[in-house]
Design a protein around this ligand. Structure first.
Ligand SMILES: [Zn+2]
Length: 201
């Protein structure tokens, strides 16, 4: 198997055209050409860590602040999901827990695993790792579902006179966490997965 890098070629990551190595920008779409994004992993880890730092307060501070005539209560994401489940909406509670706990944690683990495997020069199942990366990229666009749930809940309850629901500080930190994990995944150069595989075969 020949890699573009061995043939003195470089592929444009935006439009998939191929150019001689040394050419700076793609002649078709103008994208900057780089055989391998050398700082890829530094960027992955920087965004990953920032995302994680936003994810912690997103779970500890209130996502929903509910005011009724009797007083004000604040719910964290997990607390809110428990509250929703108590009202009988098990389905919505499951969506909230899945979107705000299961998916983000799985994404953090998946990106860390991909980065570590490339750093260690692992040649193990590159195709499976590429699929894992594609799954992370695919899930990314659904991660904001939690923020939407809060927005919809707020809008619905705003209509009643006796109670009001406002998004808490966690809504912001959660959204930031989602954005930074998406940037982290985007920074990962998938071509790095195949380099070690090619060296061994
Ligand atoms: Zn191009």
């Amino acid at each position: 198997m020949t890699r573009a890098i061995d043939a003195g070629l470089v592929t444009c990551t935006e439009c998939a055209s191929v150019w001689p190595r040394g050419q700076g920008t793609c002649g078709r779409c103008g994208n900057a050409l780089q055989s391998r994004h050398t700082r890829s992993l530094q960027r992955v880890w920087a965004f990953w860590l920032t995302g994680l730092l936003c994810y912690v307060p997103a779970n500890l501070s209130p996502m929903l602040v509910t005011s009724t005539l009797t007083g004000t209560s604040a719910n964290t994401i997990v607390g809110g999901a428990v509250e929703i489940a108590k009202h009988g909406d098990i389905g919505i509670a499951a969506i909230v827990l899945g979107a705000s706990v299961a998916i983000p944690v799985a994404k953090f683990l998946a990106i860390a695993y991909l980065a570590v495997s490339v750093q260690r020069g692992s040649a193990r199942s590159p195709a499976a790792r590429l699929h894992l990366y594609e799954a992370v990229e695919f899930i990314g666009r659904w991660s904001m579902i939690d923020v939407f749930v809060v927005a919809i809940l707020s809008a619905l309850v705003q209509l009643s006179v006796v109670a009001s629901i406002r998004p808490g500080p966690a809504a912001l930190t959660f959204a930031l966490s989602v954005i930074f994990t998406m940037l982290s995944a985007r920074s990962f150069d998938t071509r790095l997965i195949w380099d070690e595989h090619n060296r061994k075969t």
